[in-house]
Design a protein around this ligand. Structure first.
Ligand code: TRP
Ligand code: SF4
Length: 365
């Protein structure tokens, strides 16, 4: 079936119906791994909802075999709760013994987002790495690099990729192209595949946890891996797909709209206000709310509990039930949410202050 829809990694298109992705793009439901990997909150709760070839990674996890988790961070703007979803996953993979390859896409930020390299570097360190470490990332089994400043075999491989891809193919995947986009796409494929080169680990199962916006890159990278079989033995990379958090006001959570997100460095008073002004699934009046109950599925406050604040499933269920029944009203619920959030952020911001040495170690070559 030919599909009209195209996922644009540089666009803003909302992918509202995740189920569509299964039929249209060949992403498979993640359900069957949920039980076995239930210690990950995002997996347990279906926030990680899709995958390509994750079976291969599951085999490594169960058989205690070496595998790579690779992902790239885009150094633009504040590190917020949306980014924390990726960070927590990286840290979870590190905890179960994966080889972590993590890059700053500073070159992509430069080439297609108009951010200069110095700014990108500062954001990478102050926003991303410092928050990652405060959330629990360590130096163990971690390779970190900037796309703009890495090693020769990586750049050689990126440039060699040019022989196995045509301009028409890139156009079909990405629509309009610029030299910057082409370079970014090839660099991203090199990010994902280079750990398998002989200079690094050799052929190794690799998983890339991404939002669905990055899927076009995954498809291209997997095709490229297949086309290089005679030159390098590369295993097609696996991927997982997670849902994005919605913005606090409904709509998109966007770095350019501070009201839509909570940054991990936000002040408590600001956070309190943001939560108080969040869109909820509550009814127009308290009376109606008590009668009919709220709709947690439409509530951004509930999302905060679900994604970040409440780890205990039973506790979350209670919140859900008390909302549905009308026993919980939004004012009180927001107050509880603010309290837990502020406690978490204060502790996190303390940990940030103690992260510097580890961040320096990570940056050492
Ligand atoms: N393009 C990604 C983004 O916009 C960043 C990125 C660069 C990346 N290299 C990667 C993501 C490798 C996954 C794997 O966020
Ligand atoms: Fe959201 Fe809580 Fe209101 Fe329910 S009671 S709609 S969970 S804020």
């Amino acid at each position: 079936m030919k599909h009209e829809k195209r996922i644009d990694p540089w666009g803003t298109a909302d992918i509202d119906d995740y189920r569509n992705l299964f039929d249209e793009f060949g992403i498979k439901p993640f359900d069957k791994f949920r039980e076995k990997l239930s210690d990950s909150r995002y997996i347990r709760r279906g926030i990680v909802f899709g995958h390509r070839d994750f079976e291969r990674i599951m085999e490594c996890i169960e058989g205690n075999k070496k595998f790579v988790m690779m992902t790239g961070l885009m150094p633009s703007g504040k590190f917020h709760l949306g980014h924390k979803i990726v960070a927590d996953q990286i840290i979870w993979y590190q905890g179960i013994g994966a080889e972590i390859f993590l890059c700053s896409a500073d070159l992509e930020a430069y080439a297609v987002r108009g951010i200069d390299l110095e700014t990108a570097r500062r954001i990478t360190i102050d926003e991303y790495l410092t928050n990652y470490v405060a959330l629990g990332l360590t130096k163990k089994n971690l390779t970190f690099w900037f796309q703009s400043d890495y090693v020769v075999p990586y750049y050689r491989f990126r440039d060699m990729l040019t022989r196995k891809v045509t301009l028409n193919e890139l156009k079909a995947i990405y629509g309009s192209l610029t030299p910057g986009k082409i370079l970014s796409v090839l660099t991203q494929s090199a990010d994902i595949l280079h750990p398998q080169l002989p200079e690094f680990l050799g052929a190794t199962p690799t998983v890339v946890p991404v939002g669905t916006d990055q899927d076009p890159h995954m498809r291209l990278t997997r095709d490229l891996a297949a086309r290089f079989q005679s030159e390098f033995k590369l295993i097609l990379p696996s991927s997982t797909y997670h849902k994005f958090m919605r913005g606090l006001q409904g709509g998109k959570m966007s770095s350019s709209e501070p009201k839509s997100y909570i940054a991990l460095t936000d002040d408590p008073e600001v956070v309190m206000k943001k939560i108080m002004n969040s869109k909820t699934g509550g009814r127009a009046t308290i009376r109606e709310h008590r009668e009919k109950g709220g709709i947690p599925e439409r509530c951004m406050v509930y999302d905060l509990f679900l994604y970040h604040l409440i780890d205990d499933d039973e506790e979350l269920e209670n919140i859900y039930r008390d909302c549905r029944s009308g026993d919980n009203v939004c004012g009180e619920c927001k107050a509880v949410c603010s309290e837990i959030m502020i406690k978490f952020l204060k502790e996190h911001q303390r940990r940030r202050k103690r992260s510097e040495r580890i961040v320096e170690k990570i940056l050492e070559k």
